[in-house]
Design a protein around this ligand. Sequence first.
Ligand code: ATP
Ligand code: MG
Length: 393
Amino acid sequence: MKNDLHESHAVPRLGLAHGRRPLAGLSGAGEKRNDGAVRLRNLTKRYDRFCAVDDVSIDIAAGEFVTMLGPSGSGKTTVLNMISGLTEPTSGSIWIGDRDVTRVGPQHRGLGVVFQNYALFPHLSIAENVAFPLRMRRVGEADIKRKVAEMLTLVRLPDVWKRMPSQLSGGQQQRVALARALIFDPPVLLLDEPLSALDKKLRESMQFEIREIHRKLGLTVVNVTHDQCEALAMSDRVIIMRDGKVVQSGTPQTLYEAPTSTFVADFLGTSNFLCGTLHEIGSNGTGVLITEGGLRCRVSGSDVHPGKRVRLMLRPERIMLDDVQDADQRLSGYVAEVAYTGELVRYRVVLSDADLIEVTLQNRKGHSIQKELGSAVTVGWRIEDAHLFSEVD
Ligand SMILES: Nc1ncnc2c1ncn2[C@@H]1O[C@H](COP(=O)(O)OP(=O)(O)OP(=O)(O)O)[C@@H](O)[C@H]1O
Ligand SMILES: [Mg+2]
């Protein structure tokens, strides 16, 4: 099923063969293309009564690198497959550039697609795998040869063209899949968890490489992952999905620093939540949170009123440990757990019977950050680093 897309690149929309562009962006590095905007309007996909994608509207600008991020089953692949044409929407519309492609078959959309599981043709050499979309477009032999060589250089595999897919590592196969998806100069590249089968180091280096290729070619990339680090590291914008809906969309920094719900806060990075009720409300949106464990914390927010049930969210790296002279809020506790991870040391600090928080400290030279298990510590934070959510957000 998945190979259908590669096997059916029968539409000659290739720039090379028709003089549109010499080679996907390599000559005009960084230049944005105007045929790569993706517009989803009220897109819905139902399977019987189950709604896998629920009224999703997204505008992706030409040349943007967007990642859809969300838990398993949140509808990411279904959205991507509707863009590629592999899944037919129940309702709504899909536009690529100024074309309504909602009822257009995948082979006529001219999009590049890379799936999680390489999907190379096992019986074809690497060169023939990469050449495949061009053969389908009946491009001349000399152009194919030149372009395959350029694509394999682009993905840093200039010397493997004679080999078979089984003679390459997972990471190398994924680069070949990328070269094959890019060779016919698509305006949009769709990536569905392309790096998830790779080990951490390779995944991180591929993240940089895909970013670099995106910058060189200036095409639109729609990426899908459930790896939050990958989403933050690679994307211009991240779209967070939950239960078939978009819950928040923004730059990695906005989502991390200003999540609008505890779901997003919890999904992106590590979050501490102190839960309780608001008291002693001041005139300028300040108050005191009394937690379930009886702690008193000064808070500030846009909707504070007495008796309101809230959750105060703190990022572990924004909490000070012992070195608390810059803090607006200080609390005492003891170290219940220490995990040394090399670049960081992670502490679990018990503040009360019901309040436990995680604190991470950078392992910087000259800083003594080792705290003994059970030792008494003071934690602190600045009020602006503590985000207040109502209990139901
Ligand atoms: N052909 C199908 N028939 C019935 N339900 C389906 C079908 N395809 C997907 N679903 C359901 O739709 C929901 C969304 O699936 P989707 O594959 O889009 O999730 P996802 O966000 O990509 O998850 P993952 O991170 O696990 O890949 C899931 O609950 C899934 O079981
Ligand atoms: Mg998926």
